[in-house]
Design a protein around this ligand. Sequence first.
Ligand SMILES: *[C@@H]1O[C@H](CO)[C@@H](O)[C@H](O)[C@H]1NC(C)=O
Ligand SMILES: *[C@@H]1O[C@H](CO)[C@@H](O)[C@H](O)[C@H]1NC(C)=O
Ligand SMILES: *[C@@H]1O[C@H](CO)[C@@H](O)[C@H](O)[C@H]1NC(C)=O
Ligand SMILES: *[C@@H]1O[C@H](CO)[C@@H](O)[C@H](O)[C@H]1NC(C)=O
Ligand SMILES: *[C@@H]1O[C@H](CO)[C@@H](O)[C@H](O)[C@H]1NC(C)=O
Ligand SMILES: *[C@@H]1O[C@H](CO)[C@@H](O)[C@H](O)[C@H]1NC(C)=O
Ligand SMILES: *[C@@H]1O[C@H](CO)[C@@H](O)[C@H](O)[C@H]1NC(C)=O
Ligand SMILES: *[C@@H]1O[C@H](CO)[C@@H](O)[C@H](O)[C@H]1NC(C)=O
Ligand SMILES: *[C@@H]1O[C@H](CO)[C@@H](O)[C@H](O)[C@H]1NC(C)=O
Length: 381
Amino acid sequence: MVSQVSLLPLAIILVLLSPQPTLSNSISRPGCPDRCGNLSIPFPFGVGSDCSLDPSFNIICDNLSNPPKAQLIIVENAELIEIKEFQVRIVLGNLVWSCYTRAGIDRLDGGFYVSYQMSGQYTFSDGNRVIAIGCDDAVAVTGKDSGRNFAGGCTTFCPSSGDSAPICPDGSDANDLGSGCCQTPIPRGTTNLVVNLSDLHQNWGRDRKLFNCSYAFLGEKGIIDPRLIQLNNSTTLRGDSKNWFGNYTPSVALDWRIGAENCSRAQQGRSTYVCSDNSECLDFDSNVVGYHCRCIQGYQGNPYLPNGCLDIDECSNQTLNPCASNSICNNIPGSVKCTCPKGYYGDGKSNGKGCIRVPPSQMIIKLLVDEKASNETKYSL
Ligand SMILES: *[C@@H]1O[C@H](CO)[C@@H](O)[C@H](O)[C@H]1NC(C)=O
Ligand SMILES: *[C@@H]1O[C@H](CO)[C@@H](O)[C@H](O)[C@H]1NC(C)=O
Ligand SMILES: *[C@@H]1O[C@H](CO)[C@@H](O)[C@H](O)[C@H]1NC(C)=O
Ligand SMILES: *[C@@H]1O[C@H](CO)[C@@H](O)[C@H](O)[C@H]1NC(C)=O
Ligand SMILES: *[C@@H]1O[C@H](CO)[C@@H](O)[C@H](O)[C@H]1NC(C)=O
Ligand SMILES: *[C@@H]1O[C@H](CO)[C@@H](O)[C@H](O)[C@H]1NC(C)=O
Ligand SMILES: *[C@@H]1O[C@H](CO)[C@@H](O)[C@H](O)[C@H]1NC(C)=O
Ligand SMILES: *[C@@H]1O[C@H](CO)[C@@H](O)[C@H](O)[C@H]1NC(C)=O
Ligand SMILES: *[C@@H]1O[C@H](CO)[C@@H](O)[C@H](O)[C@H]1NC(C)=O
């Protein structure tokens, strides 16, 4: 009797001592800020070296400015505006511009070319375009992706006498035709880029440029800000290049990745491999080394944090719950199970057979059906 009584507390102690993974909904490391202003900062990104995975993901949060501004330490002079699953978006004011007088190029030109460089765990995304706005310009683009050289370019041509402002293509396709505007793609994995802008007006037999200024820059494809089309006022272009055209500066998308190895290599070096339990590894690109982590199906959260991928409770989410209203929903790790109550049979799923009442006269058949049904009830999402 005595031994029986003492077993119970021991059992409780054993349960308490058994390792319980600390599950957390936090997107950042414990004790680290998860935002800068309204920018959400998930690990591997973090403010300070203790909060980020490595120097590439270290963020400075200037909370004295209003609203607070974030910046990646290794990407200077560019505000960090968004961190996405595989990309970050920054505001980069670099551009090349040239303004003209009737006699030719004026002496206040913006440099003929602009160069872009990315290092650390970042490359320029192929979601960017080199965009040029103006009339009668050639834009030459040369660069490097994963050590290979590439080259491309486009020309801006204005068909009319210049009484209409340039129209840019919507950006969905490479080398789309615009009017007084052109754009050209860059490859995924781009680390270096030089954009040269040169005048072509004499090639069309025009005696002068139709607009006073022309320029080219790297920016995310998509909508061109209408303020960029004010080409007949060179004063606007000559301001602080980080503040051109009012407060508009283009955003640029960077791809980020972990490490300098592909998944199969990284998984061999267990101490540096960062994908947590219940997550999978995705190679960044066949030509560019590095990888990403992603929670496997049935889990959600931050795959870069220990125990960061949490089981999704499908039963408590109306959209995810697959069980018919008269079946019993059981959340199981990574999946969900629908069971029919006593006296019913079927797969229990709302898009399946659901749960059907067993007619009293068929109790024998029910037993057989139940056995079959029990093999069907468990399935993965
Ligand atoms: C973030 O803050 C800026 C400036 O305060 C605001 O314009 C923007 O809409 C905010 N974004 C979100 C997602 O709240
Ligand atoms: C601003 O950041 C500093 C350190 O980075 C921190 O100590 C301070 O509490 C922050 N202030 C606000 C208002 O968030
Ligand atoms: C634009 O160029 C024309 C012709 O050269 C010149 O008359 C005009 O002053 C220029 N405008 C500006 C804002 O520079
Ligand atoms: C040039 O600027 C003036 C005023 O600044 C504007 O009225 C005119 O439409 C512009 N011309 C073109 C071709 O954009
Ligand atoms: C771009 O401009 C730079 C500097 O003027 C020059 O060295 C380079 O050769 C140019 N590249 C092309 C493709 O024109
Ligand atoms: C040109 O732009 C400057 C600065 O944005 C502005 O002060 C000026 O009035 C503009 N000139 C014309 C002719 O629009
Ligand atoms: C991963 O990298 C190693 C070493 O660089 C290479 O031998 C292997 O083929 C790569 N595996 C894949 C799937 O790309
Ligand atoms: C339910 O799941 C859907 C789809 O994954 C998700 O968008 C939604 O936010 C979830 N709702 C709740 C309350 O968690
Ligand atoms: C149910 O599954 C078990 C084990 O997988 C199998 O032995 C049995 O034959 C199955 N029953 C039916 C009715 O399919």
